[in-house]
Design a protein around this ligand. Sequence first.
Ligand SMILES: C[S@@+](CC[C@H](N)C(=O)[O-])C[C@H]1O[C@@H](n2cnc3c(N)ncnc32)[C@H](O)[C@@H]1O
Length: 210
Amino acid sequence: MSKLNDNQSINKAAPRSWSDYYKAVANRPPRETLLTALANFEPENEAEPRTAIDLGCGEGRDTVELLRRGWKVIAIDSQQEAIERLKNRCDKKTVIETRIAQFENIDLPSDVDLINASFSLPFCKPENFPELWHKIVSGLTTGGRFSGHLFGDRDSWAADSTMSNHTMSQIEALLQPFEVELLSEEDHPGKTALGHEKHWHIFHIVARKK
Ligand SMILES: C[S@@+](CC[C@H](N)C(=O)[O-])C[C@H]1O[C@@H](n2cnc3c(N)ncnc32)[C@H](O)[C@@H]1O
């Protein structure tokens, strides 16, 4: 039997059909980056309910946690199915704003306390990424936080020209307007949520706007 080489065995095209992903990750717990950001807000003691945007919310693992903790949330995703799955998880009395929108032409409100984007921003087209990042930075209030992930240049999906991947030094430049509270790197072979082999190169980020 012939042995597959790396190029044959690893899928270098990122997924564009999300339905199976939503089923595979249904009811998983919130991301550690979100939990770290929330823990970092705790000593700051604000009286008002805080406002978060969950960019690329998917079926809602992070949005649900924010709502549970009393945050006002605007949950945004390009996929109607994601928003429907999220709404089905919420109690009918839960106040949540949802938007079906593409990162590539999104409008974000200002004075937001937290912008969370778990495993979603790399799916923005590279030509639109700088403007999207500018909108994220501008949308945050001073002292507001970004939590989420970016993919590195050694990730398998960096071979997909529709994805936005970044080197560590590019990420450090993106984080200039922030005090960095967490910047950790994963770089190893692994599997996607659907069980496909790939090389993961992930940056986990929590940062507070200066
Ligand atoms: C890997 S999933 C992550 C979902 C969720 N944040 C999580 O942690 O499980 C990526 C999400 O980003 C959304 N997405 C991908 N490309 C997008 C785009 N260009 N604009 C808006 N959302 C997008 C997908 O629909 C999907 O729900």
